[in-house]
Design a binder for this molecule. Structure first.
Ligand code: PRP
Length: 219
């Protein structure tokens, strides 16, 4: 059995065409079922639905053979667990593309705050990425870990700035925030459990190669 870990939402939706290209059809709609293990048209391939931040954990510890996860999630996983031992990252799938940015309230003088080294408070789900980014700039910040709705933090006085994913920029605009730094581009990656790759080389290779071919034709 080959187990693929996916999270619901954008990554799941954008993975379906890649799975189809590999000849795999998921038989259930994750929005219509409460099941967490989804069968596919291939009896030896199944999909498990996990929280986005849990995908690297499932694959690293062998709860799934493969997984698809954002570069943001992978970097945070590495920062938190001090490494990705056992996790092979063979492919950038170039799906769920977005960026990680710093944003502040309209009118907040970010450049001055950075120049003066005044200790900014930064709220984010991406503590590892934010810590590394501000350290690389030689600026001390106080980080506040949040799990969602980061945009609220500067509006309520919880923080001066946020580090968050930006796609269209609509969420920032709707909340009167402006993007002041582009930290990095993000896309989703295929990750594979190293031991599974050794033990089930042929079927896993087949999926990796089909995904690689699908990515190459789509870009
Ligand atoms: C992300 C991010 C922003 C939004 C940006 O949230 O945290 O809130 O998308 O997208 P936009 O630039 O197109 O407006 P997501 O919907 O992934 O949910 P989350 O709050 O769980 O992170």
């Amino acid at each position: 059995m080959i187990t693929l870990a996916l999270s619901k939402g954008r990554i799941f939706d954008e993975t379906l065409p890649l799975l189809r290209a590999a000849g795999i059809e998921v038989l259930d709609d994750p929005d219509k079922t409460r099941k967490l293990i989804l069968a596919t048209n291939q009896p030896e391939v199944r999909v498990v639905l996990v929280r986005a931040t849990d995908v690297p954990t499932y694959v690293q510890y062998g709860g799934a053979d493969l997984g698809i996860t954002g570069k943001d999630t992978l970097l945070e996983h590495t920062a938190e667990w001090g490494g990705n031992a056992g996790l092979v990252q063979p492919l950038d799938l170039q799906i769920a593309k977005c960026r990680i940015s710093v944003a502040v309230r309209e009118g907040f003088d970010y450049a001055a705050a950075m120049r003066q080294g005044s200790r900014m408070t930064v709220a984010t789900k991406y503590v590892g990425i934010a810590r590394e980014f501000f350290a690389s700039k030689g600026v001390h910040v106080d980080l506040i870990k949040l799990y969602g709705s980061m945009e609220l933090a500067p509006l309520t006085g919880l923080a001066d700035a946020i580090v968050d994913l930006v796609s269209t920029g609509n969420t920032l605009k709707a909340n009167h925030l402006v993007e002041v730094e582009h930290i990095m581009d993000i896309s989703s990656r295929l990750v594979v459990n190293q031991a599974a790759l050794k033990l089930k080389t042929a079927p896993i290779r087949q999926i990796i190669d089909a995904f690689a071919a699908a990515v190459a034709t789509q870009h």
